[in-house]
Design a protein around this ligand. Structure first.
Ligand SMILES: NC(=O)c1ccc[n+]([C@@H]2O[C@H](COP(=O)([O-])OP(=O)(O)OC[C@H]3O[C@@H](n4cnc5c(N)ncnc54)[C@H](O)[C@@H]3O)[C@@H](O)[C@H]2O)c1
Length: 444
């Protein structure tokens, strides 16, 4: 191969410029772009003018698009749930501000944070309630749905019951997930009410729940940190153990046996409080802590070993009410709607807590038995049994802090609340729907 061949770049068309006899002929002339010719100077000026107008129009359109919001959806149109879900799936990857931004778009509001201006509807929140199929949780869910929030219940149904939340199935604002909080969970939410934990001695002695309190709380705190949600822990008056101070103030550190049969619950909740404060201080998670005192009401688990449900179920079945010890130990009894109000005020308020949430009205077990007799059966019998280990002698909340900082105090007395619970228990035990025996009409 000769060097001339190496440098040959010509194509077939170039070879066409050689005549058959090998003689060179000139290349055809190349067509170049040239401005159109105008018949007159006026026509040329008009064409230039048109071109300038087109360019000006394009510039104005570009400017307008860059100033308008990045959505083609008019702000008054609702964001669909499907859109919320798909955006949520993306947002799980990390940005906690997604929901606020979406909601603000929905509300046509411009800035993140701050108070909702007067006249505008309250921001609709996405709220997780762990243990939401249980006694307290299900009443909380009712209130949150009633307020217009989207609620996700996470529950493993250990002590909870689907029936407690059945009435919300089919409501697009409600979701139910069977899940054990001991396993991690990813959800995009604004608030987490963490209730998951069996609250009755029968259950937590049967299945020690330290892991639920520790690992479950860690998982939910991790979720709160990841998505920037506010986290509320439902702790308990049991953190005071068998208190040496009466009534119990939040600053009291308690008197707890670390190795007793109740320790899995008492120490579990104390650790959960510690973890909650660690995430608050160390990871700036917004947290709230409620220390709940004995609460009663409809949907309580029947026969769960808690004193009010025990007495009511026994009196309804014409069995003797079992009083442990001499019956002089005291407790305070709070109706569930009062507690739910307190929990929601705490979540919405500015204070971390801990806050005692309970009814300061103090009753001995024998006084409670008397109220149950008056409500159900004057002839209901009482039977004394040996007291259980580590049963606290006295329990009464000091709720000064909740009164001052949350503007909260219980409204429903035991004599008003108990008939509401009795009515519910009667229906569940006997399937009794007879209005004449229905005492739920008692005004609360
Ligand atoms: N009711 C009271 O008097 C009282 C007093 C003090 C504190 N508390 C606290 O309030 C919360 C609710 O109590 P409650 O009376 O409604 O009890 P509950 O037993 O009726 O409800 C607890 C709910 O948590 C669920 N749960 C338990 N372990 C779980 C797990 N590992 N994963 C997912 N779900 C789980 C149960 O199935 C149930 O639905 C508890 O944290 C409890 O410690 C209640």
């Amino acid at each position: 191969m000769g060097s001339s061949e190496l440098f040959f770049r010509g194509g077939a068309h170039e070879s066409q410029h050689q005549s058959d006899d090998g003689q060179y002929s000139p290349k055809p002339q190349i067509r170049r772009f040239s401005l159109p010719s105008f018949p007159s100077a006026a026509a040329a000026a008009a064409a230039v003018h048109r071109l300038l107008l087109v360019l000006l129009g394009m510039a104005i359109a570009t400017l307008l698009f860059s100033l308008l919001p990045q959505t083609t959806r008019p702000s008054y149109l609702p964001v669909s749930d499907a859109e919320l879900r798909s955006t949520a799936a993306l947002a799980v990857a990390g940005s906690g501000g997604w929901y606020a931004a979406t909601e603000q778009r929905r509300m046509g509001m411009g800035s993140v944070g701050g108070k909702v201006p007067l006249g505008l509807r309250r921001k609709r929140l996405r709220v997780v309630v762990t243990g939401g199929a249980g006694f307290v949780g299900s009443h909380l869910v009712d209130r949150l749905i009633e307020r217009g929030d989207s609620v996700i219940v996470v529950d493993n149904f250990f002590t909870g019951n689907k029936e407690n939340v059945m009435h919300h199935l089919g409501n697009p604002s409600f979701e139910l997930i069977r899940h054990d909080v001991v396993e991690p969970l990813l959800l995009e939410v604004d608030q987490i009410y963490h209730l998951a934990c069996p609250a009755s001695p029968v259950h937590y002695k049967f299945n020690p729940i330290y892991k639920t309190n520790v690992v479950g709380t860690l998982n939910m705190l991790g979720l709160a940190k990841r998505v920037g949600a506010r986290f509320l822990l439902t702790s308990t008056s049991e953190v005071y153990g068998d208190p040496l101070q009466h009534p119990q103030v939040e600053t009291y550190w308690g008197n707890v046996n670390p190795i007793g049969v109740r320790s899995c619950y008492d120490e579990g909740k104390r650790t959960a409080e510690t973890l909650t404060m660690d995430y608050h201080r160390g990871a700036q998670v917004e947290v709230r802590i409620a220390r709940i005192f004995n609460t009663y009401g409809p949907r309580m688990c029947i026969d769960d070993g808690r004193v009010v449900s025990n007495f009511v179920a026994q009196a309804l079945r014409k069995e003797a009410m079992t009083v442990y010890g001499d019956g002089k130990q005291t407790r305070s009894f709070q109706y569930v709607s009062d507690l739910v109000e307190g929990l929601m005020r705490l979540m919405e308020g500015e204070h971390v807590g801990p806050f005692n949430l309970g009814n300061p009205g103090e009753f001995t077990m024998l006084e409670l038995a008397k109220v149950v007799q008056d409500t159900i059966d004057l002839n209901a019998r009482i039977e004394f049994r040996q007291n259980t280990e580590d049963d606290p002698h006295k329990r009464k909340p000091d709720i000064t802090r909740a009164k001052e900082l949350l503007g909260w105090e219980p409204k429903i007395s035991l004599r008003k609340g108990l008939p509401l619970m009795v009515s519910d228990f009667r229906k569940r035990i006997f399937g009794d729907h007879n209005p004449s025996t229905d005492s739920s009409s008692t005004s609360a």
